[in-house]
Ligand binder design. Sequence first.
Ligand code: FES
Length: 104
Amino acid sequence: MTRYITVAKTAEIGPGEREIFDIEGYYIAVFNVGGSYYAIEDVCSHDDGPVAEGDLYGFEIECPRHGARFDIRTGAVTRMPAVLPILWFPTRVEGDEIQVGFDD
Ligand code: FES
């Protein structure tokens, strides 16, 4: 079962913006791309770098440490040197609240 937790108001993360939250024991980055929200853990699978601080190319986030890329819609690796996916979390909007889901 997925448990959703409110992390921010929709007005707080505008299109093209991102915010990082310390929640449920994870550092989670929430991105707004074109009005939709995507959440990944802010830990690179290559060497634990702060991946969400990197540049975003479409739906690909580039880790600022060694340049690995991940799809923020799935957590999948799209470019080396990483080979493993990163953690991805479902999101939803309830009213004006952005919520991130956790599987119990
Ligand atoms: S720590 Fe992210 S690419 Fe190396």
